[in-house]
Design a protein around this ligand. Structure first.
Ligand code: UDP
Length: 479
């Protein structure tokens, strides 16, 4: 017998920053809106961290998770390919597998949701005659840029980074040339062309979900809905700001008992957490400065470390880092023993949401991935914005210039080594100094606004209910 519930199929492109928000959206539709859900995961190559996240999402078993076999795209990679190219091509090549998996299901999906790199899979929904949506697991300003990028491509001559004036995106905060997203850094690359294709894919959907909320980015959302501003470029699609959707707390395993035991003993709000997301890596020189900066700041800390790379970038994006060198091989001599009373060094990966939600944590030095930002805001934790790749420079600007919940280094960490004195100053500022009072107060206020948006009757809850209702009615009409 067919279930009377609507059945959502969600597709996650490779990378933890895509997988985690897609899993959360699936769970939310199941727990709050009476859907059944199947999550298709396009793997890049499964890391220990990915296995851990998938495992923790399976209990309690709320959604069915189907890992699609990895496909080889190496023959298609050209000059200047990167995260966007790999994610988009992997989805494209996985499409036949998705099509057969979806067609063979006993209870066929009644709606398909793909993340931003999955728009090539929208045609599978067309073939099955079901509605299709894109989920932007980032913020509305980045969504606006992505949709407008094919137009900017026609308007701007020369490299974006060489321009002297900010780029106008209709109805939105202008974008500074130094803040453009990674794929726009070099227009001759495959990465740039793939990014334009991503932008062109959005208007083909029936609607766009975005992990922000009405009160956080009202002006940008209004532009995305306004036919005379960005709405026209977005095919006047309904925009659903459903955030902040963040991962649930409670995934800690026995591996981390010692860490949380230590954290339990620290004073309230006294620990700064340092993490560069699932992929961020630093140079040896930069790691040395961070270590000394922490010591100089005299604050307690937890630092997720990965072996240094030549530049400060995203070397671990698809792997979340590989075990190998010991932290003592690359951190300054004596650092670990000198800081043993006040800090913890964790290699590669730790349950970030559980750490950020712990009462002892009072600050977050973050690479500004959007999931990390939302996890910090929803726990009322002020930030040091340390953007490295993807749209993170935009996110850092949003945090510091619009929302006022972070400080950032003078220079871009992806261009110049940030020195220890500046690091110590920023750490003290968000943790203890009087100058940081405004930032701490602002993030507490934002936390409350985020809670309100997500709770029953709040804007995001209402929007997701509207989405659920529209898709459920569609499903009923087909039975
Ligand atoms: N994350 C984690 N532990 C780590 C590093 C990352 O749990 O050691 C999670 C983090 O909580 C977030 C996601 O991985 O949910 C990273 O997504 P984000 O958008 O912040 O950055 P990305 O990794 O995509 O650059």
């Amino acid at each position: 017998m067919q279930s009377s519930k609507p059945h959502v199929a969600l597709l996650s492109s490779p990378g933890m920053g895509h997988l985690i928000p897609v899993l959360e959206l699936g769970k939310r539709l199941v727990t709050h809106h009476n859907f059944s859900a199947t999550i298709f995961v396009v793997s890049s190559h499964t890391s220990a961290a990915e296995c851990q996240v998938l495992r923790s999402s399976m209990s309690p078993r709320l959604c069915d998770i189907v890992e699609l076999p990895s496909v080889d795209i190496s023959g298609q990679l050209r000059h200047g390919s990167g995260i966007v190219t790999v994610c988009s091509l992997k989805v494209q090549e996985t499409k036949p597998l998705l099509r057969s998996a979806m067609s063979a299901m006993k209870q066929p999906p009644t709606v398909l949701i793909v993340d931003l790199f999955g728009t090539s899979a929208l045609e599978v929904a067309d073939e099955l005659g079901i509605p299709k949506y894109v989920y932007m697991p980032s913020n509305a300003w980045f969504l606006a840029l992505t949709i407008y990028a094919p137009t900017l491509d026609k308007l701007v001559k020369g490299e974006y980074v060489d321009q002297t004036e900010s780029f106008r995106i209709p109805g939105c905060k202008p974008l500074k040339p130094e803040d453009v997203v990674d794929p726009m850094l070099d227009r001759t690359t495959q990465e740039y062309n793939e990014y334009l294709r991503v932008g062109m894919g959005f208007p083909k959907a029936d609607g766009i979900l975005v992990n922000t909320w009405e009160g956080l980015q009202a002006t940008t959302l209004a532009s995305l809905r306004d036919e005379k501003l960005l709405g026209g470029f977005a095919n006047n699609l309904p925009i659903y700001p459903i955030g902040p959707l963040t991962r649930h707390v409670g995934s800690t395993s026995s591996t981390y008992e010692l860490l949380f035991g230590w954290l339990d003993k620290q004073p309230r709000g006294s620990v700064i957490f340092i993490s560069f997301g699932s992929g961020g890596t630093l140079s040896y020189e930069q790691m040395t400065e961070v270590a000394w900066g922490l010591e100089l700041s005299r604050q307690r800390f937890i630092w997720i470390v990965r072996a240094p790379t030549i530049t400060n970038r995203h070397a671990a994006f698809f792997t979340s880092g590989n075990a190998g060198e010991e932290p003592s091989d690359y951190l300054p001599e004596g650092f670990i023993s000198r800081t043993n009373n006040v800090g913890r060094i964790i290699p590669l990966w730790a349950p970030q949401v559980d750490i950020l939600s712990h009462p002892s944590v009072g600050g977050f030095l973050t690479h500004c991935g959007w999931n990390s930002i939302l996890e910090s805001i929803t726990n009322g934790v002020p930030m040091i914005a340390w953007p490295l790749y993807a749209e993170q420079r935009m996110n850092a600007t949003l945090l510091t210039e619009e929302l006022g919940v972070a400080v950032r280094p003078e220079a871009l960490p992806s261009k110049k080594v940030v020195e220890r004195e500046e690091i110590a100053k920023m750490v003290r500022m968000i943790m203890v100094d009087e100058q940081g009072f405004g930032i701490r107060a602002k993030v507490t206020e934002l936390k409350q606004r985020a809670e309100k948006a997500s709770s029953e009757g709040g804007s995001s809850h209402h929007v997701l209910s509207k989405f659920a209702k529209a898709t459920s009615e569609y499903a009923k009409s087909r039975r």
